[in-house]
Each structure stands twice: as structure tokens, then as C-alpha cells.
Write a protein of this length. Structure first.
Length: 320
């Protein structure tokens, strides 16, 4: 019987079918450490990894029976994909379940930052009746009729485009490859260069994967190409943005504001961002709903069963 090692202990209801077919090992009440997985992995055929669990060259070399890494995430920068593929190991991710909730949080950050929702909530709770509420106070920015520039028009980018279009926004986008004319027509989206997107957009949403090519794609130079009234939204990956450059740009009024669900240096933003009223911060909650988490676990299970039995599609990662 094939042996499956799961590094995390959560939403096990999503693994019911997998457990009925194979020998599946879960940690008990906590996640396995890297050291524990390193010791156990030689016996296992499949590793189900969490998005923050490193599947590196050393671990792969210590896993002679490993045939698949099934990641619990749409991102896979925690895995040395190139080396895994070189060793003949299949890598899979979970793009389907994360699409809608991540697009939702991106639209939420657009609305929140533009209309100063959490800023006003925070001030009202803190100041009470001392908060100024006159007709010329707390003025925000509209989104209807504004231009949204989407960087990365994959599943999430497309889902965001549909939501933004419903709000009356104009959509431009930049992608590694231009979409076919049918997709552009359905989304009513116009392809532009990255430089054109920065210059034309009222809102710039980062929905690209993290790769060596996208590292710090929003740096000091890119920020200076944006409108002074522009808002930056990041629900992609933290290192897409040079966070120190962003702090400087916000302090100096180079751009208007930012809505961030990802941070460059781990789970927490730079301290300066915490002090800024024109910044909305959420701690990587793009997929944080119970239904989504269970669906992601089920997608991991389906990837493993589909790989081992060939009876259902597998969301394979085909290149780094």
C-alpha cells in the first residue's frame, strides 16, 4: 500500500477519501517539524506539504521512494520544483479552491483602501464623538470609472477582473503572455506593457506568482511611474514588492495608499506601515475561510488519488 505523509494537522475531513484508500500519516494536534519529516520521509511515496514547509534539495535527496509532492497552496515557492521535476517527482498545487476567495480579498482591499473603511472604523472606536464627521471630512476615492491594472492574469487575476468590472471599473492588465482575443473580450480587458499599466492605473493589483523574475517588480522605480493618486494592492506574494521602497513612497506621497495581504519579510509588515492611515493590512487571509480550507484539503487529496490511480485531474506544476 502506498504511504502518504501529511506535514500538517488540520481540516482532516478533506482527506477522508484518501485515508480510506492509503496509509496516511498525520501529526497529532500540531504540524510536523522539518527534522521529523526528514527522518520519516524515506519510507513514503507522497508528501503533502504546507505552503510554508520547505521541500528542498536535501529533503528530496533523502526520499528515495518519493514520487509526488502535493502542496496545500496555489503558490509553490516553498518547493525546489526544478530539482523535484529533474528527479522525476510530480509537484501539484491547489489553484481551484483559492481563486474566488483571493479575488474577494483583493476587491475588499481596493474598496477598503479607497473608501478609508478600516481607517474610519479605527478612528471612530478610538475617538468616539471627538472624531470629525463633517461633509468634507474622511473623503475617499471612487472605484467606479477608475482604471484597475492587474499584474498577472491567471485564474485569480481573471476572477478579480470580473468582480471589478461589475463595480464599473476599467480593466487593463499585464501578463507573461497576452490572453487570447476571446478571453480579453469576455473580461473586457486590454493588454498593456508593464510600464503602461503603472502609468495608467488608479489601482495596481499584484496577482503574479513569486519567481526570480517577479522579485521586487514593484521597486522604487516602479512606484515613481505610478500616479500620485494610485493605490497598490498585493494579494500575490510579499517579495513582489520592495517594502522599504514602498514605505518611502507612501511617506513622501509618491502614491496615495496600499492594501496588503502579503509582506516581504514574513508574517508581519515593516513597523512604519502599521503607523500609516492610508495603508490597509491583513495577515495573509486571502483563503482564510473554513469552507475554502476544507476544499483545499480535498483538492490535495484529489491530486494524490488522481496521480496514483489516474481517475481524476491532477493540478500539476509543470515548471518552476
Amino acid at each position: 500500500m502506498k504511504k502518504i505523509l501529511v506535514t500538517y494537522d488540520m481540516f482532516r475531513e478533506g482527506f477522508t477519501e484518501l485515508e480510506s484508500k492509503y496509509e496516511v500519516t498525520f501529526p497529532d494536534g500540531r504540524d510536523f517539524t522539518y527534522e521529523e519529516v526528514f527522518e520519516m520521509i524515506p519510507e513514503y511515496d507522497v508528501l503533502c506539504s504546507m505552503f510554508d514547509f520547505p521541500v528542498n534539495k536535501e529533503l528530496i535527496d533523502h526520499a528515495p521512494n518519493l514520487k509526488m509532492v502535493a502542496n496545500y497552496a496555489v503558490g509553490y515557492n516553498n518547493i525546489d520544483v526544478a530539482y523535484a521535476l529533474e528527479k522525476g517527482i510530480v509537484v501539484a498545487n491547489t489553484p481551484g479552491p483559492v481563486t474566488a476567495p483571493t479575488a474577494d480579498i483583493a476587491l475588499g482591499l481596493i474598496l477598503d483602501t479607497a473608501r478609508r473603511i478600516t481607517e474610519c472604523d479605527r478612528k471612530l472606536r478610538t475617538l468616539g464623538k471627538d472624531m470629525k464627521v463633517g461633509v468634507l471630512e474622511n473623503l475617499g476615492m471612487p472605484i467606479t470609472g477608475q482604471t484597475l491594472g492587474i499584474v498577472g492574469m491567471g485564474r485569480i487575476g481573471k476572477a478579480l477582473a470580473k468582480r471589478a468590472r461589475a463595480c464599473g471599473m476599467e480593466i487593463i492588465y499585464h501578463n507573461r503572455r497576452q490572453l487570447c482575443i476571446e478571453d480579453e473580450t469576455k473580461l473586457n480587458a486590454t493588454y498593456v506593457s508593464f510600464e503602461e499599466l503603472l502609468a495608467q492605473s488608479d489601482f495596481v493589483s499584484l496577482n503574479a506568482p513569486y519567481t526570480p523574475e517577479t522579485y521586487h517588480m514593484i521597486d522604487e522605480s516602479a512606484l515613481k511611474q505610478m500616479k500620485p493618486t494610485a493605490i497598490l494592492i498585493n494579494t500575490g506574494r510579499g517579495p513582489l514588492v520592495d517594502e522599504h521602497a514602498l514605505v518611502k513612497a507612501l511617506q513622501e506621497g509618491v502614491i496615495y495608499g496600499a492594501g496588503l495581504d502579503m509582506f516581504e519579510f514574513g508574517d508581519y509588515p515593516l513597523p512604519e506601515l502599521l503607523e500609516m492611515d492610508n495603508v490597509v493590512l491583513t495577515p495573509h487571509i486571502g483563503t482564510q475561510t473554513t469552507a475554502t480550507r476544507i476544499e483545499m484539503a480535498r483538492a490535495v487529496s484529489d491530486n494524490v488519488i488522481g496521480f496514483l490511480e489516474g481517475d481524476r485531474p491532477v493540478a500539476r506544476v509543470l515548471h518552476p
